[in-house]
Design a protein around this ligand. Structure first.
Ligand code: 9D3
Length: 256
């Protein structure tokens, strides 16, 4: 899969994609990551890419012509059928389902903004999709682009080893992860849960599933609502809820 990031800070992208899973995927030829800098397409001697907003107000707005020309150069480097995705705080929220959809594409252009954002006519004429990472303020789209490249790359065939990819579509899909422990067995009065020490694989599986269900119920109830629970999962969650109510002395649990 080919990624091309349109950015005024290509070094920011290059400095972060050369490591770990993405770095190895590039080295093995499983993905390519290019960048195009709109400044290279600015026509004037000052290499101007931004200008003051019509109507006034703070900050600068990215100009149509240099960004449009850079997107044209990105399209020319990408396989046919590669969409142009703008990263903006107003976009639809990126999630694992979006990552799966992107991973089926031959390539994608990721257009990162700076300053107050893009001239709206760029979005109207060039964007196939507009994506946000969530409701917090970044200084630009580059870190969002790199996050998306990382999430998508992990889903491509042959990128992860066999055991890691088997783990990915495991039975705890759609739940938060269970707690993890390693040596030593006790740190002061904080001890590793007994279920993990016995070496009873069925007991360990049930303990992990129960913790994953319980933590998802406590921290992200919206995730549970989107996932159906089989008989065992319903039973384990009830057990967790009963123990949680006992722990917290709650006669009337806040959630049910
Ligand atoms: C503080 C400036 N804001 C005024 C209300 C608007 C604003 C403009 C540009 C806020 C952030 C940005 C830069 N952000 C991105 O380019 C961005 C982003 C983000 O800030 N949060 C989550 N996802 C993304 S994707 C791109």
């Amino acid at each position: 899969m080919e990624f091309c990031v349109v950015t005024l800070f290509p070094e920011l992208v290059e400095a972060t994609t050369g490591f770990g899973v993405c770095g190895r995927a590039v080295q093995r030829g499983l993905i390519g990551i290019g960048t195009v800098d709109p400044r290279a397409y600015a026509g004037d001697v000052h290499r101007t890419v931004d200008d003051r907003p019509y109507g006034g107000g703070p900050g600068m707005v990215l100009k149509v012509e240099p960004v449009r020309a850079a997107i044209g150069a990105a399209r020319a480097q990408l396989p046919p059928g590669s969409p142009v995705i703008f990263l903006t705080p107003q976009g639809r929220r990126f999630d694992q389902a979006s990552a799966r959809a992107f991973a089926a594409l031959p390539g994608m252009a990721l257009v990162a903004g700076r300053y107050e954002g893009f001239d709206e006519r760029l979005l109207e004429t060039e964007a196939d999709d507009e994506v946000s990472l969530g409701d917090f303020v970044l200084s630009g789209g580059e870190i969002a682009a790199v996050a998306i490249i990382d999430a998508v790359t992990r889903l491509l065939p042959d990128v992860l080893g066999d055991s890691a990819s088997a783990e990915q579509d495991s039975f705890m899909d759609g739940l938060l992860d269970c707690p993890h422990y390693t040596r030593p067995e006790s740190i002061g009065d904080r001890v590793v849960p007994a279920a993990l020490l016995d070496g009873n694989h069925e007991e360990i599986r049930r303990w992990r599933l129960k913790q994953a269900l319980g933590r998802t119920w406590l921290r992200r109830p919206g995730l549970l609502a989107r996932r159906s629970l089989n008989d065992e999962e319903q039973r384990l969650l009830r057990e967790f809820q009963a123990e949680h109510a006992a722990d917290t002395d709650e006669k009337h649990p806040v959630r049910d």
